[in-house]
Write a protein of this length. Structure first.
Lengths: 144, 153
């Protein structure tokens, strides 16, 4: 089985900033409630960044981390904790789908239902993968 | 350039290249069957783009018509008028507002094909013939046909 997995910096930065802003707001509220002044602001900022990086990475792994494995029979697509596994024979059509900003997905259809394989996010050539999947679907269809 | 290479170029140009200023072709199928004919490319999209930041989206939503559009490419240049009729029916059935039909071939475009293009009177379908070896392009004389030239090369 071929496996593709890429670190997505944009998604990680998103997770980091969510955590960073959340912690900063929490700190500001705590300070306001206890009417205290913040001392050692540089240390607090450094701690905030370290905690945000760690928490952001955990959030990224659980929510956004992408991994795609496939062979002639089927595929496994993982996005965070969510995992989808299917045989190519379940699908009857394949297309290339432009999500915007030049990013392409390979979309596989089962009747009117579809599933997107985020090829550009995984740094796979979407056009090549589409042709490969077309062959898998054709072959699997013939075997049935 | 050979036909498969040109088809890849055409697909990429329509989805992410210059044609985005005309329509947002979001989805592309290969080897798509319509009646008894197999088309090398079938693309669909709309004239109202869903990309960009807030202002671009607001502009698109308020100012641009939401036309559902298609582009098809085939390498079968024989029986051109029958193919055009098939596509006109297909567009009507699937409720496409307008479409482009591209006949891709290797070798110079014979006068008979050029004459067939003259006969295209349907306003909602632009038709073009492309010779991939010399990059020669002939289009129908209607507005959609004339618009195609710059996006096919």
């Amino acid at each position: 089985m071929k496996t593709y997995s890429r670190f997505q910096l944009y998604q990680f930065l998103k997770a980091f900033f969510v955590m960073f802003i959340g912690l900063t707001v929490l700190l500001a509220i705590t300070t306001a409630i206890f009417h205290s002044t913040i001392s050692g602001i540089q240390i607090l900022l450094a701690l905030n960044i370290i905690v945000s990086l760690t928490a952001g990475y955990i959030y990224y792994r659980n929510r956004y981390a992408l991994s795609f494995s496939y062979d002639g029979q089927g595929f496994v697509l993982k996005e965070g904790k969510e995992e989808r596994e299917a045989a190519w024979s379940r699908f009857d059509a394949v297309s290339l789908y432009h999500t915007g900003y030049g990013d392409l997905n390979v979309r596989v259809y089962q009747g009117t239902d579809f599933l997107d394989i985020p090829a550009s996010a995984l740094k796979i050539d979407a056009s090549d993968l589409r042709f490969e999947v077309m062959e898998f679907i054709k072959k699997e269809g013939k075997d049935e | 350039m050979e036909i498969p290479e040109y088809l890849n170029f055409l697909e990429k140009n329509l989805m992410t290249g210059s044609a985005r200023w005309v329509a947002d072709f979001t989805e592309s199928f290969r080897k798509y069957k319509i009646e008894d004919k197999t088309f090398e490319i079938f693309m669909r999209g709309s004239t109202r783009t869903k990309q960009g930041l807030f202002l671009a989206r607001f502009f698109a939503w308020t100012m641009l018509p939401n036309y559902i559009v298609t582009c098809l490419a085939t390498t079968q240049t024989e029986n051109m008028s029958k193919t055009i009729m098939t596509i006109e029916n297909f567009m009507h059935e699937k409720e496409f507002h307008w479409g482009w039909l591209v006949f891709v071939r290797e070798g110079s475009i014979p006068p008979s094909l050029k004459n067939s293009l003259e006969g295209v009177t349907e306003k909602t379908l632009g038709v073009a013939v492309v010779d991939v070896t010399k990059k020669e392009i002939a289009t129908s004389k209607n507005y959609l046909g004339r618009q195609m030239t710059s996006h096919l090369r």
